[in-house]
Design a protein around this ligand. Structure first.
Ligand code: PGA
Length: 251
């Protein structure tokens, strides 16, 4: 009932010309895919990506961030309207790298989620615990609180459109992955929080992805669990073959 999503978070990699090349490589490899596929290049590569995606409806475009104001004196920021004009449908919000290096807070995440939904962009909201939080045994509390704060003020109807990405910080870019049981367990817990915030039906509809060193080798097991509805892929999304192999698990 929940349509799975494989989303590539390209982070600060790829120039516009490299973006076109990678998309041209990916396109034929995922032509038969049945899940939703999203690629998230940097803002400066979105126009090139939009052009390269012409003629396929298999792959959607996502951005890696956005600002919560409509327009104005916010040097360096990017508005939802600009993203929409570039054909963007999804936007990653609150990635741990933005929380860590760019002072993204639960409050700004919440404002961005609200604005994205208002503008009909689909937010991919990232939550996840640090290694210390995991070692202290507060993973569920941490991701539960992040989820509650990110969706604060969002009604049940809109909440169904939100995509959540559970990304344990200690697993991002490290080659360490949560076991499928661990990841599925935490994602079930996030679903429990959504049921408390809204209702069981809404919580069953929200798609929750796993992210953190997901690759062609481990994706099959992670994606075969009851509650993991896809992946947010960093490193492995930059290699067309690996990305297509991950997508292939859902076809
Ligand atoms: P990774 O990144 O797959 O390279 O660990 C995932 C992410 O940060 O979204």
């Amino acid at each position: 009932m929940r349509k799975p999503i494989i989303a590539g978070n390209w982070k600060m990699n790829m120039t516009p010309s490299q973006t076109v090349k990678l998309i041209e490589e990916i396109k034929p490899l995922v032509a038969e895919a049945r899940c939703e596929i999203v690629v998230c290049p940097t803002h400066t590569c979105l126009f090139a990506a939009k052009e390269a995606l012409k003629g396929t409806d298999r792959i959607s475009l996502g951005a890696q961030d956005m600002f919560y104001e409509e327009r104005g004196a916010f040097t360096g920021e990017v508005s939802c309207e600009s993203l929409l004009e570039l054909g963007v449908r999804y936007v990653i919000i609150g990635h741990s790298e933005r929380r860590q290096y760019f002072a993204e807070s639960d409050e700004t995440v919440s404002k961005k989620v609200t604005k994205a939904l208002e503008k009909r962009l689909i937010p991919i909201v990232c939550v996840g615990e640090s290694l210390t939080q995991k070692q202290r045994g507060v993973t569920n509390e941490t991701v539960g609180l992040q989820t509650r704060l990110a969706l604060f003020g969002v009604g049940a109807g809109n909440a169904e459109d939100v995509v959540i990405a559970y990304e344990p910080i200690w697993a991002i870019g490290t080659g360490m992955t949560a076991t499928s049981a661990e990841a599925n367990g935490t994602i079930r817990r996030i679903r429990g929080v959504l049921a408390e915030m809204y209702n069981p039906e809404t919580s069953r509809k929200v798609r929750i992805l796993y992210g953190g060193s997901m690759n062609a080798g481990n994706a099959g097991e992670l994606l075969s669990t009851s509650d993991i509805d896809g992946g947010l892929i960093g490193g492995a999304s930059l290699k067309s073959g690996d990305f297509a192999q991950i997508v292939g698990n859902l076809s």
